[in-house]
Each structure stands twice: as structure tokens, then as C-alpha cells.
Design a protein around this ligand. Structure first.
Ligand SMILES: Cc1cc2nc3c(=O)[nH]c(=O)nc-3n(C[C@H](O)[C@H](O)[C@H](O)COP(=O)(O)O)c2cc1C
Length: 361
């Protein structure tokens, strides 16, 4: 291959990468993205190709610059036509239009707001949810994963040296039809003092996060990327064969890990902004999230997915309770710190998201 062939290859590559930088720049701007790995790498490639192109053509560039300099000097040299006076370098018509075009183009581009400028009014409004919503838009378009998003944590949370209560098989039960269940689902806040059976609790946690497809370990509720960031805890008060206490649902084993034994109704009610029915319910299922399970893959979009998943699971619990003739009520109003403390989680790596009180009605 001759030098000129290389040069044409470089020119072709340069044009393609420049086109790519241009298009990804448009996408970035439209989405208000701050980072876009492909854009950056294509930019580096363009710069490298441009340098290579300059190197290949350096003798021509040098010759051109010399010739241009000479002409400019010649224009400034006093002649008989200028009456012996040196004239300022004059632009040709073509040069004039180049300059005009660059100036107008630069002015228009300079005036158009960038992604960051478009976000400025949101920043002023200081509504962090709107800000988050806007900034989390481009997540799924990012093909490269920056290391700062961290690695993939364990799929299952485990506890060493805790008592484990095996739950009965939840699958034989047939409750109301789907249509009846949907029709009858309501939020209930008045519960009877009758105990819940272990079978009923088993069905509730199975509907929340039970494994329904053992081969791939897929669960009852959908999960973005099948990453399952949600953990389920049970605050149990009146369940046959189960001492009162706080439990963690071990998904793979379909069992409960006893974290704290005792009556935590008052603590739960206080954490739940003193909503009394939290203390009356037989059990309260508490959903938490281990954010990194979804974050390592979906980055800033993960936070959206996690809450959506909590909603899916919450509805499964509502429907499972209804189909068994039980009452349920979702609770989103609670003191985060108090609830996290009750569960023994830090509120950062893992935090409580949602409560579902379930009981006899
Ligand atoms: C995200 C969310 C948070 C909720 N938080 C509470 C709560 O803190 N206290 C409560 O009594 N009900 C709470 N609810 C239940 C709603 O009040 C209830 O769903 C609504 O009144 C509609 O009634 P229905 O569920 O019977 O259709 C919550 C529901 C959702 C979806």
C-alpha cells in the first residue's frame, strides 16, 4: 500500500468519525447528557486521524503557508498603483464569505442553549425529583460502563448464625379467580385479632419474591435485567408457629431468617408515622432495596427501576392477600431512619422503600 492510499484511508476514517461525533453530540445535547463514552472515544479518534492527515500532508501544508504568506506580504508592499502607500491585506470575495459564514454560524451556535443550560431552570426550581428524572433519561443509551458505578453485588442476601424457619410450600393453594381478586382488592386498615397461619404467610412472601422458575431463578414479580434488588422483611405479630419478631425472607430457601425476636409493634407504628393499623396487622411486609444490584448495570436509571419493582411486588402482595380473603394496606409514609434501624440496614447501600400491612379482616 502506498502512502497516498493510507492518506485516503485516514481521510475516510476522519470523515466517518467526525460524522459520528456530530451525531452523538446531537443525541447528547437532546438528552442533556454529560457523558457519552462513544462520543468521547470517537472524538479522540477524530483528533488522532486529523493529526495523521496533517503529518501525511505536511510538505503541502508548509508550501501552502509559505505561498499564502508571500502573497500577503506582496499586497502590503507599496506599489506605484497605491501611490507608494502600503495597503491593508484585502480579503478576496470567497474569503469574505468564509469569514461571514463562520461568524454567523458561530453566533447561532453560541446562542443555542446547551443541555446544561436547559436544565438551569430545573435547578432553580430545586425539585430534586424532576432534576433526577431529567438526568436519569440517558442511562440506557450508555453503552460503556464506567468503573465508578461499581461492581455487581451478590444476588442473595444471607445471614450467618441466625435461626431459620422453613416455610410450607405455597403453590397448592387456589384462591379467588384473578378477576374476582382484582375486583375485590381494597386497602384495609381494620384487622381482627385472629392469627395468620404459616401457610398464609408463606403465600404472601412467595407472591412478593418467591422463585417461580427454578432453572433461571426468576421470581413472582418482574425485575429489570432479572437483577432483583428488593429484599423482603417480615415484622410478624400474630402468626401461628412463628414467634413475634423481625424476619428476613430467604428467597432461594423459601424460609425466614429470624433477625430479632420480640414485640416490635410499637416501634413499627412509630416508624410508620403512628399509623395505628401497623400495630394491629398480623404481619407487616417491609420491602427494601440493595441499590447496587441494579445500579452497576443501569446506572442512574436504576433508581427508577427499583421503585417500579417495589410497586410490582406491592401489588402482588395486595392481590395474594385479597385472593386468600385477607386485608392489606400499603404504607409509603414512614421515617426512613427508624425503619432502617429496625431492619438493621444502613439506609444507603440498602434502604427501606415500602410497607405492606396484612391481616385478618
Ligand atoms: C405508594 C402508596 C403509599 C401509600 N401510603 C399509605 C399510607 O401511608 N397510609 C395509608 O393508610 N394508606 C396508604 N396507601 C394506600 C392508599 O391510601 C389507597 O391505596 C388509596 O386510598 C386507594 O384505596 P384502595 O387501595 O382501597 O383502592 C398508599 C398507597 C400507595 C400506592
Amino acid at each position: 500500500m502506498r502512502r497516498i492510499d493510507f492518506d485516503y484511508l485516514v481521510i475516510g476514517g476522519l470523515l466517518l468519525s467526525a460524522l459520528y461525533v456530530f451525531l452523538t453530540g446531537l443525541v447528547m445535547d437532546a438528552w442533556g447528557a454529560r457523558q457519552f463514552a462513544f462520543h468521547r472515544y470517537a472524538g479522540y479518534l477524530s483528533a488522532a486521524l486529523a493529526a495523521l492527515h496533517l503529518l501525511f500532508n505536511w510538505s503541502r501544508v508548509r508550501a501552502y503557508l509559505r505561498w499564502r504568506l508571500k502573497r500577503m506580504k506582496a499586497r502590503r508592499t507599496p506599489t506605484a498603483r497605491s501611490g507608494g502607500v502600503s495597503l491593508p491585506a484585502r480579503l478576496s470575495r470567497r474569503e469574505f464569505f468564509y469569514v461571514l459564514f463562520a461568524a454567523v454560524g458561530g453566533y447561532i451556535l453560541g446562542r443555542s442553549p446547551t443541555g446544561a443550560q436547559r436544565l438551569a431552570p430545573v435547578l432553580e426550581g430545586a425539585d430534586v425529583s424532576v432534576l433526577y428524572h431529567r438526568w436519569s433519561s440517558p442511562g440506557r443509551f450508555w453503552p460503556f460502563r464506567a468503573p465508578r458505578w461499581g461492581g455487581r453485588p451478590a444476588r442473595y442476601k444471607t445471614y450467618a448464625n441466625v435461626e431459620r424457619i422453613q416455610l410450607p410450600d405455597p403453590r397448592a393453594f387456589r384462591g379467588l379467580s384473578f378477576e374476582e381478586t382484582v375486583e375485590q382488592r381494597r386497602s384495609h386498615r381494620n384487622f381482627r385479632q385472629e392469627p395468620l397461619s404459616l401457610e398464609e404467610l408463606s403465600r404472601l412472601v412467595h407472591a412478593a419474591q418467591g422463585i417461580t422458575e427454578p432453572r433461571s431463578e426468576f421470581r413472582a414479580a418482574p425485575s429489570a435485567g432479572a437483577l432483583y434488588p428488593i429484599e423482603v422483611y417480615v415484622a410478624a405479630h400474630r402468626v401461628t408457629q412463628l414467634p413475634s419478631g423481625i424476619y428476613h425472607y430467604a428467597v432461594r430457601e423459601h424460609s425466614l431468617n429470624l433477625l430479632k425476636q420480640g414485640d416490635f409493634r410499637s416501634a413499627l407504628m412509630q416508624a410508620g408515622l403512628w399509623q395505628e393499623f401497623l400495630a394491629d396487622a398480623n404481619v407487616c411486609l417491609i420491602l427494601s432495596a440493595i441499590f447496587q444490584r441494579t445500579r452497576w448495570k443501569y446506572r442512574e436509571r436504576a433508581y427508577r427501576y427499583i421503585w417500579l419493582e417495589a410497586g410490582h411486588i406491592g401489588q402482588n402482595i395486595y392481590l395474594a392477600a385479597t385472593s386468600m380473603g385477607l386485608g392489606a394496606c400499603a404504607v409509603g409514609a414512614f421515617h426512613d431512619d427508624q425503619l432502617n434501624e429496625l431492619l438493621g440496614i444502613d439506609g444507603e447501600e440498602e434502604a427501606a422503600l415500602y410497607l405492606l400491612a396484612v391481616g385478618k379482616i
